[in-house]
Ligand binder design. Structure first.
Ligand SMILES: Nc1ncnc2c1ncn2[C@@H]1O[C@H](COP(=O)(O)OP(=O)(O)O)[C@@H](O)[C@H]1O
Ligand SMILES: Cc1ncc(COP(=O)(O)O)c(N)n1
Length: 287
C-alpha cells in the first residue's frame, strides 16, 4: 500500500550537526513502540536523537510480559548530562512507569529549561498501557502525572483510554472529544491533543487540538491495518521533531499527523500479533 506524499523536515548537510531531540521513554524489545519507535522517527526525519531510558520492557508483538524500572535519579541524570553538553531542541516523554520517575523527570525538566514556559518545548505522551492492555504506568502515578508533569507540557497527547483515566471522560463523538480537550487543557499544558485513533466509528482518524481558545481539527483517512503498534509514539516523536525545527504547535501536529498516517499505510506484519507503524518507507523514498 502506498500513502500520500508527506512534506518532510529540513535535513542538515553532511558533516554538519542536525537539530537534536530527546525521548524520555521505555525500551520495547520488539522494536515497535517506545524508544525504538521514537529513534526511528527522529533518524528518518534527519534529527539527532538522544535518550533517557525510564524502563526496560519485555515485549513482543503479542504484548508486554514485564518491565524493570530505571532508578529515578538515573533517569534525571540522563536528561541533565545531555542538556548540559549536547543541547536539545525539544523533548518528548513516553512511558514513565511510576510517580517517583515522573517527579524526577519534572524536576529535571524545570532545572534544564525544558517545558511550556522555557526555551525547550516538552511533548508529554502520557503512556498508561500498551495497545494490548498491559499496564505501563502505576495507578498511583496518575495524580503525579496530572499535577506535576501536565502543567509543564507544551502539548499533551493522550489516546482515548488515557483520556478516560486522566479526566474520567469517555470520548465517543466530536462533542465529548471537545469536552475532553477542555478538561485536559485545564490541567495546565499549553495545548491538549485528543487523539481519535480509537474512535473506530468513522472512516477517518480525527484528532483535536485545543489551547484554551482555539480548536484545531486534524483529520486524515483511516488506514485499514491491524499493524498500528507505536502509532502514538510515532505521532508524538514527529511533533517533537517539528517543534525542534521551530514549527508552531498546530503546524507541528499537522506535520506529525501526515507522518504517522503515511507510516500506517506502510505498516508491516511482525510476529503473531500487531506489527509496527513504519517510517522505513522513507529509506526507499531516498533510494
Ligand atoms: N487506523 C488508523 N488510520 C489512520 N490514523 C490512525 C489510525 N490509528 C491511529 N491513527 C492515528 O495515529 C495517531 C496515534 O493515535 P492512537 O492510535 O489513538 O494513539 P496510541 O498509539 O497512543 O493509542 C493519531 O494521530 C491517530 O489519529
Ligand atoms: C515501551 C513502550 N512505550 C510505549 C508503548 C505504547 O505503544 P502501543 O500503544 O503501540 O502499545 C509500549 N507498548 N511500550
Amino acid at each position: 500500500m502506498t500513502g500520500a506524499r508527506v512534506e518532510l523536515l529540513p535535513v542538515a548537510p553532511e558533516g554538519t550537526t542536525p537539530v537534536g531531540v530527546m525521548t524520555v521513554a521505555g525500551s520495547d524489545s520488539g522494536g515497535g513502540a517506545g524508544i525504538q519507535a521514537d529513534l526511528r522517527t527522529f533518524a528518518l526525519l534527519g534529527l539527532h536523537g538522544c535518550v533517557a531510558v525510564t524502563a526496560v520492557t519485555v515485549q513482543n508483538s503479542l504484548g508486554v510480559s514485564g518491565f524493570q524500572e530505571i532508578e529515578p535519579d538515573t533517569v534525571a541524570a540522563q536528561i541533565r548530562c545531555v542538556a548540559d553538553d549536547i543541547g536539545i531542541g525539544a523533548v518528548k516523554t513516553g512511558m514513565l512507569a511510576s510517580a517517583p520517575i515522573i517527579d524526577a523527570v519534572a524536576a529535571q525538566c524545570r532545572a534544564s529549561g525544558i517545558g511550556r514556559d522555557a526555551a525547550v518545548p516538552l511533548v508529554v505522551d502520557p503512556v498508561c498501557a500498551s495497545m494490548h492492555g498491559n499496564q505501563l504506568l502505576a495507578d498511583s502515578a496518575l495524580d503525579t502525572l496530572r499535577d506535576n508533569l501536565f502543567p509543564l507540557a507544551t502539548v499533551v497527547s493522550p489516546n482515548l483510554d488515557e483520556v478516560r483515566l486522566i479526566t474520567g471522560i469517555d470520548v465517543v463523538d466530536a462533542a465529548t472529544q471537545r469536552d475532553a480537550a477542555k478538561a485536559l487543557h485545564d490541567l495546565g499544558p499549553s495545548w491538549a491533543l485528543v487523539k481519535g485513533g480509537h474512535l473506530r466509528s468513522s472512516d477517518e482518524s480525527p484528532d483535536l487540538l485545543y489551547d484554551g481558545s482555539e480548536f484545531v481539527e486534524l483529520t486524515h483517512e483511516r488506514i485499514d491495518t491491524p499493524h498500528d503498534h507505536g502509532a502514538g509514539d510515532t505521532l508524538a516523536a514527529a511533533i517533537t521533531c517539528a517543534l525542534a525545527h521551530g514549527y508552531t504547535v498546530p503546524d507541528a501536529v499537522a506535520f506529525a499527523k501526515a507522518w504517522v498516517t503515511r507510516g500506517l499505510a506502510a505498516a508491516y506484519p511482525l510476529g503473531a500479533g500487531h506489527g509496527p507503524v513504519n517510517p522505513l518507507w522513507r529509506v526507499g523514498d531516498c533510494g
